[in-house]
Ligand binder design. Structure first.
Ligand SMILES: [Zn+2]
Length: 242
């Protein structure tokens, strides 16, 4: 690290890396500006390039406030309240050394254990991963219930994944359903809609009328649920901006 810089009131850490690339470039992620300088460059040119790229990166962040989208911090902070799959929990974050990071659902308490040496930039992502791992059995039970009640598909694998652009996916060949892990923070009706949507794909591949008729069997109010996702989906999750 080369210290930090404040842009629009937000603190960014600076990182300089000599890399095997031919040209230098800067990336901005999780409030870290990383500047890569070709390893073969002489020290003088490397310094000039570093300041040029730093200047460019700072100008970019100033002009594109959304570039800060990745600089998110967890809203699952110690003492906060979270509703996960429709159930309210008080979040307790425990920092421990040498322990196995994990999230445990206890009555009314979501206990999250992370190690003291977790990098701040990785913490939010790790928390999301641990919480979705702990929530997976509950999600699996809902998939099984909806499947046996309305669809009767052969599903061998259900997973929660961090996805950027989709709420879920179904694979016929893998007999699997993947759901966006952000859905555990959505109202349960919305989670159930996405489950029904993916299960309906086991019967109809496309989004034809026949497909929506399948979805309707399980979720007659599916239009409302879709509207909710379109309107509120962006803000779901363990993360929020700034
Ligand atoms: Zn679909």
């Amino acid at each position: 690290m080369l210290g930090s810089i404040r842009i629009n009131g937000v603190k960014y850490n600076l990182q300089r890396i000599r890399s095997n690339t031919r040209r230098g470039y800067a990336t901005i992620k999780d409030r870290i500006i990383t500047i890569r300088i070709p390893r073969l460059l002489d020290p003088y040119s490397a310094t000039v390039m570093y300041f040029e790229l730093k200047h460019k990166a700072v100008r970019y962040v100033r002009k594109h406030p959304t570039a800060q989208q990745d600089s998110r911090k967890s809203v699952l902070t110690d003492g906060s309240e979270a509703i996960i799959i429709g159930m309210p929990f008080q979040v307790k974050i425990e920092i421990c050394d040498g322990c196995r990071p994990e999230a445990i659902f206890e009555p009314k308490i979501l206990r999250i254990r992370i190690r003291g040496d977790t990098k701040p930039a990785e913490e939010a992502r790790l928390v999301e991963k641990l919480v979705s791992k702990a929530a997976l059995p509950i999600v699996k039970a809902r998939v099984q219930y909806m499947n046996s009640t309305y669809f009767g598909a052969r599903i061998e694998r259900v997973s929660l994944k961090s996805m950027r652009s989709r709420w879920g996916s179904y694979s016929k060949s893998m007999k699997s359903i993947s759901l966006n892990s952000k859905l555990i923070f959505a109202p349960t009706e919305v989670l159930d809609y996405v489950i029904a949507h993916e299960l309906a794909h086991s019967a109809v591949f496309d989004h034809s009328e026949r497909f929506w008729a399948e979805v309707t069997k399980a979720v007659p109010e599916y239009k409302e649920r879709r509207r909710w996702l379109r309107k509120n989906g962006e803000m779901l999750g363990t993360y929020s901006e700034h």
